[in-house]
Design a protein around this ligand. Structure first.
Ligand code: HEM
Length: 466
């Protein structure tokens, strides 16, 4: 429960013990999810951490997750500061992640349809074709595949085609390096800014700028020709022409390449974690294969079919629980906040440890076990209030959540329908990384031991209003 307390009732906020000077930097950098859980168990729902000598407040647990959606949370927290440097780096005036209040609501409304599940409606036959192309290219039979990288290509192909009508595969590496450096230095701030001087980053950054410029030019041409498509990028361009002060010309490059920043690492990490869980946990693979085969036996696939992949969706949810891509949300307090009997002053950096309950026995019994059946109707462990927040909470909650769920359902079902995969060895233990997006390490590989089913084409869905 979120308490409102009298001044005299407030409790002292403990500092998490760390090493002199660097404080908690290394422990938090190594495994942020485990660090926040340890501190929660040791200090309770509110504590302070020290990262590179900078103190940050943390509120954690189910109550903290719920707090983000309350009036006090919505009004008392803003995102701006954590994203300012990122926005300035691109010479833009704003991004969706960096604005709050009325401007944020307005920008979300512009982007809602393009990021929604409906954006994929009627396109599942094409999506499965893009996935097949990616499977033929990167999941070669009798070979080994680097899982994370192969999924990065797969998702860029799918998101690119869906949202912009083109898949910039030759830029995937650059996008990834760009995200890695920018998020680590300018947003999470776990690396010093001089990292951005590295030639590797500069090269990738130049290429991503080039992709941005090309995409803007392509959509400007569409606008001139009156052929702006009905997709996210088309909507952003229309909003720019409707109100060039709000969606400024200098914002277009970062907005038009935004879906890759939002979708590439998040989806790739989640489905990679799911692949590991599926192959590692006895009894899971067979159920995934059976569900996937039943889906593609239908010949036509709809959004509802993908949402109804209960077992596979459980595998994906379980990956997001164990390896959440956003361990916590970073905010600044706009005013003094009262939470669970503690007061956090205004204008302080605050991390909301929304993933902490993912690892607590009271919400998810045997929390470290990969168990896709937790989400079944008779258990629904994730439905306990505040227990499960892989897509964040509050006003900035993931705008692509529903779309991500169907895309990930397609990626996993199609891959396991088409290919017979195994881990490198049955004893293989997943190595993880913490930044820029926590999840399986780039070194995670699987063996592609055979083809299960050929690439038969799906029949397009007939939409009612088509
Ligand atoms: C496994 C998949 C994904 C996960 C776990 C995920 C998670 C998140 C989280 C936790 C946030 C909130 C960050 C915060 O509050 O600071 C967020 C924001 C966002 N996500 Fe996702 N995301 C996923 C995939 C996607 C995809 C595929 C897209 C679209 C292509 C997308 C679009 C967005 C956007 C636009 C925001 C910003 C919302 C705002 O600031 O108002 N996400 N996502």
């Amino acid at each position: 429960m979120v308490d409102v307390v009298e001044m005299s009732d407030t409790k002292d906020i403990p500092d998490a013990k760390g090493i002199p000077f660097v404080g908690n930097t290394f422990e938090m950098g190594k495994d942020p999810a485990a660090f926040f859980v340890r501190c929660y168990k040791e200090y309770g729902p509110v504590y302070r951490v020290n990262v590179f000598g900078r103190k940050q407040y943390v509120i954690a647990g189910a109550e903290a997750a719920k707090f983000m959606s309350t009036k006090a949370g919505r009004e008392g927290l803003r995102s701006k500061e954590f994203w300012d440097d990122f926005v300035n780096h691109f010479g833009a005036s704003k991004t969706l992640t960096q604005i709050d209040g009325e401007d944020h609501r307005r920008m979300r409304a512009i982007m809602r349809a393009g990021f929604s599940r409906e954006a994929a409606e009627g396109q599942y036959h094409k999506i499965s074709q893009y996935i097949d192309e990616s499977i033929e290219r990167d999941w070669e039979i009798d070979g080994e595949t680097g899982v994370l990288e192969a999924f990065q290509y797969m998702i860029v192909q799918v998101i690119g085609e869906l949202m912009s009508g083109e898949a910039p595969l030759e830029y995937v590496k650059d996008i990834r390096i760009n995200i890695l450096f920018l998020l680590n230095t300018l947003v999470a701030r776990v690396k010093p800014k001089w990292y951005l001087k590295s030639p590797k980053f500069k090269k990738a950054s130049k290429r991503v700028d080039e992709l941005g410029e090309k995409t803007v030019a392509r959509f400007m041409k569409h606008a001139e020709d009156g052929t702006l498509p009905k997709n996210l990028l088309g909507d952003i361009m229309r909003a720019h022409f409707d109100d060039p002060e709000f969606v400024q010309k200098r914002d277009l490059a970062v907005l038009l390449t935004g879906p890759y920043v939002a979708g590439l690492d998040t989806v790739a990490n989640t489905v990679s974690g799911a692949v590991y869980g599926i192959l590692k946990t006895p009894g899971v693979l067979e159920k995934v294969q059976a569900e996937a085969d039943a889906l593609y036996a239908k010949g036509t696939v709809t959004s509802m079919d993908v949402r109804n992949l209960h077992y596979i969706q459980g595998c994906i949810k379980e990956s997001m629980r164990l390896w959440p891509v956003a361990v916590g949300q970073m905010r600044t307090t706009t005013k003094e906040i009262e939470f669970e009997g503690y007061k956090i002053p205004a204008e302080e950096m605050l991390i909301i440890g929304t993933s902490v309950p993912h690892y607590l026995e009271e919400y998810f019994p045997n929390p470290l076990a990969y168990d896709p059946e937790r989400y079944n109707d008779d258990r629904k462990e994730h439905m306990k209030p505040g227990a499960y927040s892989p897509f964040g909470r509050g006003p900035h909650t993931c705008l692509g959540q529903n779309l991500a769920e169907v895309l990930m359902g397609m990626l996993i079902s199609r891959l396991f329908h088409r290919r017979h995969l195994t881990l490198e060895s049955p004893n293989y233990e997943l190595k993880t990384k913490a930044f820029p997006t926590p999840g399986p390490a780039m070194s995670f590989k699987v063996k592609v031991v055979g083809e299960r089913n050929p690439a038969t084409q799906l029949t397009p869905e007939v939409l009612e209003d088509a």
